[in-house]
Ligand binder design. Sequence first.
Ligand SMILES: [Fe+2]
Length: 454
Amino acid sequence: MANPFTMGVASGEPLPDGVILWTRLAVDPLHPDPARPGGMPPRAMPVRWQLAEDEAFTRIVREGTAQALPAWAHSVHVRVDGLRPGADYFYRFRSGTDLSPVGRTRTADEETATRAVRFAVANCQRYEHGYYTACRHLADERPDVVFQVGDYIYESRQAGSYVRRTDQAGAASTLHAYRNRYARYKTDPDLRAAHAAAPWVTTWDDHEVLDNYRGAGDGSAAFLRRRAAAYQAYYEHLPIRVRPEGGGLRMYRRRTWGRVADFMVLDARQHRTATTLLGAEQESWLMTRLRDTPVRWRILMQPLFFGRRFVPGPPPNLRTDSWDGHQVERDRVVAAAGPAGLVVFSGDVHNAWAGDLKADFLDPASATVGAEFVCSSISSRPPVTDSQAVLGANPHLRFFDGRRGYLSCVASPDELRVAYRGVDYVDRRGAPRVPVAEFVIPGDGVTFGNASSK
Ligand SMILES: [Fe+2]
């Protein structure tokens, strides 16, 4: 049998004492037979795993055997605990005599820590639109943790021109099709490198299931079956802690680094109703956390443009699929953060933006209560945007850039620093990393300024 570690390795969900280690066995990642995902035999397969303090695996601190089950497409999620906080570790898997690549991971800082955390933000990687060069640059930075805020895959078929082709005829709607869509994306070596370089914390947007879906969609059994299949495939291909259950998957959660950064990871899709974006339960969880956290930086990691973005011209001028469709709910979230302010990271729109969060977005003179940093995309093409007109119509929006890229950030008690890194092209490999812009919020502030380059 060929080496089954074709999809690489990953780790995620760092806590001060543990991480999740992930891999999936697949000798033939795009195998066409739904009964044999990844071309694997339909039986449980033992997978050995090791975690070490050094890359040469001379100081192994944990090891064991996990069962890769056909019901979960031979994916493996190993929950490792009892580790030291704020520490680097290295891990690998073995199946028979085949070894996986080595991954580097890192635990979160302990509750009392005040050291800086280095994190990256990425999103929107439509395979057909180009190469994942930005993931390669992100991997080279070896951050403490990577946040992926949605559109890890696109379920739909690309219309029009493409840079790379997926072999899928139409939109994914079955478990097999979703699995093979993830498998196709993971054939990209730069994406695998980014997973092997650092632990990831992910949340989804719409394209992991269906463009612009909300909650239970049309409420039909067919949609709920499709959503359950999509959620299962998401779980099978990412290093997350919680398994899907009853057709749902609990995604909203917080991940904390000491007293420095409280990352609240939101699910902007699953719990939506006609009137709420987060759903009552998630909103109540978020409110409590925002009010009570003693941590300096209250950070929302979520897919959708958060601040007001009025687009001049013919209606619709506000995007109702986003937070602009839920303005009262947005005001409640901002208010709950209080004077310490709120920092929001988002994606979805395939262009980079940054702006102030306002107590009243319609009144430019109202208090600034936080900041939003919108990450563009790893590869997904941007829409045609008259950025000057949008900046002019929204005085709280202060920055735009149209390149593909990611964010490279450092949070410490003294400041939050956000660097936009870009690439000038994705239609071929090898684009150099461009330092697009860098912003900093001082430790006692809520407003960002331009950072002097270091
Ligand atoms: Fe996207």
